[in-house]
Design a protein around this ligand. Structure first.
Ligand code: ADE
Length: 379
């Protein structure tokens, strides 16, 4: 990395080219030279250059900011300095996407990182939080990017975070592409991981992971991941499932939460029904305008109903002596394979008020029930 602008075209062909424009170019030295990012730079998969914004000032004090028009606290970064720095960056990296780090920007997430990883070149402009002249975002950059709803002293740590998240999406940066695919957030939160020793201070690693049955291990991991996602990040679970939602849900997490909330307020927790069915039966059911059987009873009951009718309603909470709905769903899912989950509220027996239809994998259904259990309290 060179702390001063080279302003020439990068010599390294191939790989992603990244320029960071900052008043603290040394900030990036050690972080970007270490670990996988350092190795990726060594292999030419990514080339990262930090350049000093002050190199584009035109006074002997190398001034980058000035007092805000209209008064107020803090200084504002100057549009003319940014204009020259960005013009130089665009000349050095033709076609680059120029990004201003700011809490006002689009929030960084895996999808955004994946999208930005497809760019040939990126320029990150690190502002300071007190302010950057608005004309920079209005006229000079392609987008603003935030790393979350909190305020940093400047954009440098945000740029570093974005570069890390983006660079690991580039082919060859993370050794086995599988680890990128199974990352947290690609499909919800990641399953828990363990390594030797199998028991430490009496804390045991789960036996299933030590048993060598790869089918069971894969199933356990999928279930754990879905359960965690349902419990800790239902918003993510909603997002994952949104891709497979038949009826257009404007905001699946909100829709799910709204359903649950309605049940809580209107029906005193008792009437949230989840209908587990398959697509053919659902179509038939629609045709005949026939309501599915409701099951609040034990598992054997649910199984029998499933066999007879191919769809069942499960209460969100188990009554006294009843199997937990999650457990019933798990058993039915095990026995039936791929199924469709229909959410509905039943104010009167048989009448559905709202029914977004979600295509869910068996493990995700377990995640949904984990979320329900948390929302309603353990049944
Ligand atoms: N600058 C200050 N806070 C920031 C944030 N949350 N994301 C990006 N840039 C910032």
């Amino acid at each position: 990395m060179s702390p001063l602008p080279s302003d020439g075209v990068f010599r390294h062909a191939g790989g992603m080219q990244i320029r960071v424009v900052t008043i603290f170019p040394n900030f990036f030295d050690s972080c970007l030279g270490e670990g996988l990012l350092g190795k990726a730079a060594g292999k030419g998969l990514v080339r990262i250059e930090a350049v000093d914004l002050r190199a584009y000032t035109d006074d002997k004090h190398r001034t980058v900011d000035d007092e805000p028009f209209g008064g107020g606290a803090g200084m504002v970064m100057k549009v003319d300095v940014w204009d020259r720095a960005i013009a130089a960056a665009r000349a050095a990296l033709p076609g680059a996407r120029v990004i201003l780090l700011s809490p006002q920007g689009e929030t960084l997430c895996e999808d955004v990182a994946r999208r930005l990883a497809r760019e040939k070149a990126l320029v990150f402009c690190c502002g300071r939080y007190e302010g950057v002249d608005e004309r920079v975002s209005a006229h000079l950059v392609d987008q603003e990017l935030s790393i979350g709803d909190y305020v940093l002293t400047g954009g440098e740590a945000a740029a570093l975070t974005a570069i890390d998240a983006i660079a690991r999406k580039l082919p060859g940066v993370v050794g086995r592409s599988e680890s990128v695919d199974t990352d947290t957030f690609t499909a919800g939160l990641k399953y828990p991981q363990y390594t030797r020793p199998a028991t430490y201070k009496g804390w045991k690693a789960p036996a299933v992971l030590l048993g060598g049955d790869h089918r069971k291990i894969a199933q356990w991991r999928a279930e754990q991941a879905a359960k965690r996602t349902g419990e800790r990040r239902p918003d993510l679970l909603g997002r994952v499932l949104a891709g497979r939602t038949r009826l257009a849900l404007v905001d699946p997490p909100k829709a799910l939460a709204a359903l649950a909330q309605q049940a809580v307020t209107a029906y005193g927790l008792r009437e949230l029904a989840v209908c587990v069915t398959d697509a053919d039966q659902r179509a038939q059911w629609r045709e005949k305008a026939q309501a599915p059987q409701r099951i609040y009873g034990p598992l054997a009951n649910a199984r029998r109903r499933w066999k007879d009718n191919r769809f069942v309603h499960l209460a969100a909470q188990a009554g006294p002596g009843q199997a937990a709905p999650g457990e019933i769903a798990r058993q039915l899912v095990d026995e039936t394979g791929e199924i469709t989950l229909t959410w509905g509220l039943s104010p009167v027996p048989g009448g559905l008020v709202a029914a977004p239809v979600i295509e869910a994998q068996p493990s995700e259904i377990i995640g949904l029930f984990a979320w329900l259990a948390r929302f309603f309290g353990r049944g």
